[in-house]
Design a protein around this ligand. Structure first.
Ligand code: BGC
Length: 476
């Protein structure tokens, strides 16, 4: 166990401020999730105002993903330069303005342009929340606090489903889709107001030689003035390293972390979660459920996603990241196998229909305890301090890029292969994910970010071989 582990874990009773801080930073996830969830509902009504070809429909949906790639690509570097807190505020303001922009769009071109801008804020939100949390949280609860961002994503998706339902099709003579898209301004305003109470990351402050401010933040989040050794430790790590840039990511000693971050980014998407999040109602009605049953089923999927994320929060600092990932991807593989099989059996209604629905819900549950939250957490933990923001941005760009590719190719894939084989293909990706995680992904539970970085330097981040027993003191 490293010195920082001991220091951080010595403080068993965490100050309530650290929870407040993580809760506010995690509101970034609310913007992200709301945007993911809202568009499927809004799309149903946008054609009341604009003429929408299937192609334009695809563009309206995926434009936010293009913006998110831009936001993630630039957000990490901006977070390293201007700080995590200021970037959170900037993202919230862009999202707020973007929500009004989308709602008031006079033409479809304006709507698409505003969705790209909104996407930039979503891309920024996807990285800055986890970054701020992981850099401020005590290591024994860093997993649980980091998962709050994913919890907010899932709550955002559910909130969007409810808003879609509440505003359809029209309210006060204004078509429903405008209200739905406008509603994003509400979580954005809450996040912007929250940043007033949000501290800057102490690690970023130290990296920028603002030691007194770092000391003030750290003693507040740790609930003690006994923080000198921790400050010294972070300072040592930051002083031995010059300011990093993208090329540092390719250095041999950083490569294992790069492979893990980018690998998990792609895996999280090609394992198919958004095919279910976006197309659950369509799949359910194909199976033979009526309209209302399909909506209830979709809300059910969203609710399971939220509840199992809560379960993951309770587990992550006790069982570790790797067991969650392995159980989750194993379970997802089995569930997709059953889901695919359902489409080969005669008569999807009746028992087969319920088994299919059950496998869909099971799949989302396994995702919610594994790839959903663990990906965003790990990419905020495994990179060296001086390039943490930039490197996390790179992983996030790959995530949004893979999301974009899956969104573009899934429906054509179903048309070509049929539903059963398409879900089996996704199941095949989950199996590969299992193997990748088993052989490559390190355990970071209960360790300080500086010790994780030391492992990387010593070339010790090599998956299961690196697995070590966590600090017993951190798991009581
Ligand atoms: C993923 C999103 C997905 C969401 C579903 C997130 O971790 O990055 O693409 O829509 O989980 O809960």
């Amino acid at each position: 166990m490293g010195i920082a582990d001991r220091l951080v874990n010595a403080e068993r009773e965490h100050s309530s401020f650290v929870y407040v801080m993580a809760g506010i930073a995690a509101l970034n996830g609310l913007l992200f999730g709301f945007d993911v969830g809202v568009i499927s509902g809004a799309l149903l009504y946008i054609d009341q105002t604009f003429t929408l070809s299937p192609f334009l429909e695809g563009v309206v949906t995926s434009s936010v993903l293009v913006g998110a790639m831009i936001g993630a690509a630039t957000g990490g570097t901006l977070a390293d330069r201007f700080g995590r807190r200021r970037l959170t505020l900037a993202g919230a303001i862009v999202f707020f303005v973007g929500s009004f922009g989308m709602a008031l769009s006079p033409t479809i071109e304006w709507l698409i342009a505003w969705r790209v801008i909104e996407g930039v804020a979503v891309g920024v939100a996807s990285i800055v929340g986890p970054l701020l949390i992981s850099e401020t949280a005590p290591s024994d609860i860093r997993g649980a606090l980091g998962f709050l961002q994913q919890l907010m994503i899932t709550i955002g998706i559910l909130l969007a489903y409810v808003v879609n339902y509440a505003f359809a099709p029209e309210f006060l003579g204004i078509v429903g889709w405008r209200w739905m898209l406008w509603f994003g301004a509400v979580p954005a305003a809450i996040l912007a107001a929250g940043t007033y109470f949000l501290p800057e990351s102490p690690r970023w402050l130290i990296e920028n030689d603002r030691i007194d401010e770092a000391r003030a933040v750290l003693s507040r989040v740790r609930g003690t003035d006994d923080i000198d050794e921790e400050i010294e430790h972070i300072r040592d790590v930051s002083e031995t390293e010059a300011e990093g840039d993208l090329s540092d990511l390719l250095e041999p000693w950083v490569r294992p972390a790069l492979i893990v971050g980018v690998g998990l980014a792609v895996i999280q998407q090609v394992s198919g979660i958004n095919t279910i999040i976006y197309y659950a109602p369509t799949i359910l009605s194909n199976i033979g459920f009526g309209d209302i049953a399909s909506i209830v089923g979709t809300v059910g999927v969203g609710t399971v996603n939220v509840l199992l994320t809560v379960v993951a929060i309770l587990l992550v600092d006790r069982v570790g990241r790797r067991p969650l990932l392995l159980v989750g991807t194993g379970g997802m593989t089995v569930m997709l196998g059953i889901l695919g099989l359902g489409f080969f059996l005669p008569g999807l209604s009746g028992v087969v229909g319920y088994v299919t629905l059950g496998s869909m819900i099971g799949y989302v549950g396994f995702y919610a305890i594994s790839l959903g939250p663990v990906f965003w957490l790990l990419i905020s933990e495994i990179y060296p301090l001086r390039i943490r923001g930039t490197a996390e941005g790179v992983a996030s760009v790959f995530n949004w890029g893979a999301n974009f590719l899956v969104a573009l190719t899934f429906l054509p894939l179903i048309n070509r292969l049929g539903e059963g084989p398409s879900f089996w293909l996704l199941g095949g990706f989950c199996l590969l994910a299992f193997v990748f995680i088993y052989s490559r992904v390190p355990e970071t539970m209960g360790r300080s970010l500086e010790d994780i970085e030391a492992d990387l330097r010593e070339n010790a981040m090599v998956g299961p071989d690196q697995e070590r027993s966590p600090d017993p003191a951190s798991n009581d």
